[in-house]
Design a protein around this ligand. Structure first.
Ligand code: 5AD
Length: 379
């Protein structure tokens, strides 16, 4: 077996090597992995952290995913839908801060009223957030689930250019365990292909550490990200929500807290080692496990953070999992707190730019010197 120091310096990895790296737990071993991932992050995508203001505009959902707190059969939350004015207020605030991009996320709906709302919001945000520093307006990422190819094309034509759709798990068996019968792994993959065909920069990701998932499953997830040639990754630890069927495994998950947290960090690092020039988010779920989780995610090779812009009064009803941080804070408090944390971690914030991934730019501009997605920038 190769030494860990040799392994993390490789450029190609087998499934077994990926699973081995993901399973490292000893302090000195994870530090080797972390340093390698951070160095690769700086070399390929730089020191800059990109912000995407996150607007969770509705928790109304037609899906019933077994893990998710806003699943349609949870009666214990108040359902909400922001008005277009409330979305625009959040967008204006985002532009004024120089955050550059925004994510519109919600529970899943496929009816015309919903599609029309998203389309209108996208059009208005692009048109009304133009500034001298950003003449094209805010960049817009959508995260509104499985839709038809036609709907994706409408969203793209309206002016959104990035789309996040997590595969949740690339094991069809585990996917079936996580979802009710009406949802299929194949349909999710089909949607990801449609997103690419309709011209979106595509992001996907998985939940990390849920019961029954092995290191080999996660290694397959990383290889799936690579085979799909994705531009962005958003993934985080699985966290129990009490009003879901999976709450039955709450005790088991509580006992695995430290292990799952480290596994989530290792997933970021290994994804950076394997995919190199993509954008990787340090997600809020990491912070739910540990106060400094998102900053730590950055030190393991992530380069994107999604500050909460959802109006405070609605945040308590948009808890996909328990322990979601910052429920009582407003966006100004979140801003100050985040900026301090990021600059404290020695990183620079990329204001007034869309911050597309290097991978997406290399693919669209076709400037890859090696023909394989480019090479590291000069440090
Ligand atoms: N724990 C962690 N992540 C969750 N998500 C939904 N429910 C949970 C949970 N209990 C994630 C899913 C989804 C994203 C919007 O939130 O991966 O794609």
């Amino acid at each position: 077996m190769k030494s860990l120091a040799d392994l993390v310096r490789q450029t190609e990895f087998t499934r077994e090597e990926i699973a081995f790296l993901l399973g490292r737990r000893e302090t000195n071993e994870v530090e080797l992995l972390r340093q390698a991932a951070e160095a690769l992050c700086f070399a390929w995508v730089g020191n800059t952290v990109h912000f995407r203001g996150l607007v969770e505009f509705s928790n109304i959902c037609v899906c019933d995913c077994h893990y998710c707190g806003i699943r349609k059969s949870n009666p214990a939350i108040t359902r909400f839908f922001l008005t277009l004015d409330e979305v625009m207020q959040a967008a204006h605030w985002c532009a004024e801060q120089g955050y550059g991009s925004l994510v519109l996320q919600s529970g899943e709906r496929r009816d015309e009223a919903f599609i029309d709302f998203v389309e209108t919001a996208v059009r208005r945000i692009r048109a009304e957030t133009r500034t001298a520093q950003q003449p094209d307006g805010l960049g817009i990422t959508l995260c509104v689930g499985e839709q038809t190819r036609e709907t994706y094309a409408r969203f793209k034509a309206a002016g959104a250019h990035r789309y996040l759709l997590r595969i949740e798990s690339t094991s069809p068996h585990l996917f079936r365990q996580l979802h009710p019968a009406g949802q299929s792994f194949e349909q999710r993959v089909q949607c990801l292909q449609w997103l690419r065909e309709t011209g979106f920069q595509v992001g996907t990701g998985v939940m990390i550490g849920f019961p029954g998932q092995t290191l080999e499953n996660l290694a397959d997830d990383v290889l799936f990200f690579r085979s799909l040639d994705v531009d962005m990754i958003g993934m985080g630890p699985y966290l129990v929500h009490k009003q879901t069927p999976m709450a039955a495994q709450e005790k088991e998950m509580a006992a695995r807290h430290g292990e799952v947290y480290q596994l989530a960090l290792n997933m970021i690092a290994v994804t950076r080692l394997v995919l190199k020039n993509v954008n990787i988010a340090a997600t809020t779920a990491l912070q739910a496990m540990k106060a400094t989780g998102r900053e730590e995610g950055l030190t393991y090779g992530a380069n994107v953070i999604m500050p909460q812009l959802t109006p405070t009064e609605f945040r308590k009803d948009y808890q996909l999992y328990e322990g979601k941080p910052c429920l009582d804070e407003n966006r100004d408090q979140c801003k100050m707190c985040l900026q301090r944390r990021i600059t404290g971690a020695g990183r620079v914030i990329g204001f007034h730019e869309w911050g597309d991934s290097r991978h997406a730019r290399d693919r669209t501009e076709n400037t890859a010197p090696s023909g394989e997605g480019g090479s590291p920038s000069k440090p």
